[in-house]
Design a protein around this ligand. Structure first.
Ligand code: BTN
Length: 250
């Protein structure tokens, strides 16, 4: 079904929702809304993004009619900020798995993969007023039927419909995704959320190369800590704590 403002506002009622057929970035719009005092759970959805934001300043591709581009406004306590991306990845994992798709996992820190191929990316962006946390925008992009054939992502990305072998309704997916976000948001500071995220990480036990802001670390990913940092032991036996970065296997 085509996404329209009418369908979305009706399906998501009483949640505050803004829908755009075309937007630069739902995160950008949601950050503006957050500054204007949007309530927790308010959501921005776009059918197409022209400048979708990805991690580390990259662009996230959202062609029209074939994806979900969603940004949810949340107001976590500052000490639970690092849980927000876990929440997003978990909500997406459960959404995809509940469709009947198997081999769904999280590549650290929050790429959701099916059979080792990326189906979704999560980008939280925080808004501060001095040292006071105003809130967070949790951006989630899901490839529903994005066609990667012939693109540089052909072998590393996947979409939900090809994994499932049948069409899915994006509006139904959106409703279920937001229910998952609400569920995990209520459990943001819980051990349950941390454990659920940790148990879905496919990276643990693998030999990895991590490209972080200050170093390249190669070794075995031994685990994570409660802040979400990856613990990598190099071949000299030194344990590195990586807070953010890109990982490649091997
Ligand atoms: C990643 O690089 O893996 C994160 C991608 C996050 C993309 C989503 S799409 C909806 C929201 N709006 C954006 O501009 N980015 C996020």
């Amino acid at each position: 079904m085509r996404l329209t403002a009418e369908h979305i506002c009706l399906a998501l009622s009483p949640r505050a929702a803004r829908f755009y057929q075309q937007a630069d970035s739902t995160n950008e719009i949601a950050l503006e809304w957050l500054r204007e005092d949007a309530l927790t759970g308010s959501v921005v959805v776009a059918d197409e993004q022209l400048k979708g934001r990805g991690r580390k300043g990259r662009t996230w591709h959202t062609p029209p009619g074939v994806a979900l581009a969603v940004s949810v406004i949340l107001h976590p306590l500052p000490e639970t900020l690092n849980r927000v991306s876990m929440l997003g990845a978990l909500a997406i994992c459960e959404l995809v798995e509940n469709l009947g798709i198997s081999n769904v996992g999280i590549k650290w820190p929050n790429d959701v993969q099916i059979n080792g191929r990326k189906v979704s990316g999560v980008l939280p962006e925080n808004e501060w007023d001095g040292d006071k946390l105003v809130g967070v925008v949790l951006g989630m992009g899901l490839n529903v039927r994005v066609d990667f054939a012939g693109s540089e992502l052909e072998n590393t990305a996947i979409n939900v419909e090809s994994a499932l072998g049948k069409p899915v309704d994006r509006l139904e997916l959106l409703v279920k995704l937001l229910a998952g976000v609400d569920k995990w948001n209520a459990l943001l500071d819980s051990v349950a959320l941390y454990d659920a995220w940790k148990n879905r990480l496919t990276t643990i036990g693998q030999t990895v190369t991590v490209n972080s802001a200050d170093a390249i670390v190669q070794g075995v990913a031994e685990g994570v800590d409660e802040q979400g940092a990856l613990l990598v032991r190099d071949k000299e036996g030194v344990l590195h704590r990586v807070i953010a970065g890109d990982i490649a296997l091997g």
